[in-house]
Design a protein around this ligand. Sequence first.
Ligand SMILES: C[S@@+](CC[C@H](N)C(=O)[O-])C[C@H]1O[C@@H](n2cnc3c(N)ncnc32)[C@H](O)[C@@H]1O
Length: 195
Amino acid sequence: MNSTLQGIRDLAQIEFLPILSQECEKVLIELMQKYKPKSILEIGTCVGYSSSIMLLNSEAIVDTIEIDEERQNVAKSVWVAQNLQDRVNAYLGDANEILKDVIKDKQYDFVFLDGPKSRYLEHLNLVLPNVKEGGIILADDVLFFGLVKGEEHVAHKHRTIVRHLREFLSDIENRDDLDVELIKEGNGIAIIRKK
Ligand SMILES: C[S@@+](CC[C@H](N)C(=O)[O-])C[C@H]1O[C@@H](n2cnc3c(N)ncnc32)[C@H](O)[C@@H]1O
């Protein structure tokens, strides 16, 4: 790991920034090496950690969407520090509002769904027509601390997210147009392949 990335991991711990888990980072790197994507879409830039991982482990161009301007500004400096800025297009706004314009006329090899968990299904359905056949969609945190597939009582504050993630998993696991592999490590990672 380079010093910029280590710096972000340290910052994320101090400031409780929701960057991807080490388990998901490992999966992301393996997928970059296996599929060698040339075009990537990410929902949820945060401070540019996962996009840096994807850029450093592929030759892809990354389109990435973030709603928080302060986080996006940190991400921009993170890309510059690693000389990755020429392969990133950063979009600011609510993914639901700007997604259609961002992806218009594009076809992606790889999508990283890592924005608001309650919107995964909406985001998936919006992006699927713009994912190439055989393309991969990675969704992080789908088991949400074990609550999504667990039997235990779900605290009120988590109920909406858990309900939406259950709907998301039930949808993707029962579709003919997708193959799904669910990894239980970390907070649960779904690797979805468009047939
Ligand atoms: C889990 S974090 C992304 C982490 C990042 N992918 C990484 O691993 O380095 C989710 C991000 O999505 C952003 N976000 C939340 N709601 C959003 C929305 N409606 N549209 C776009 N981004 C959103 C948050 O501000 C947050 O930075």
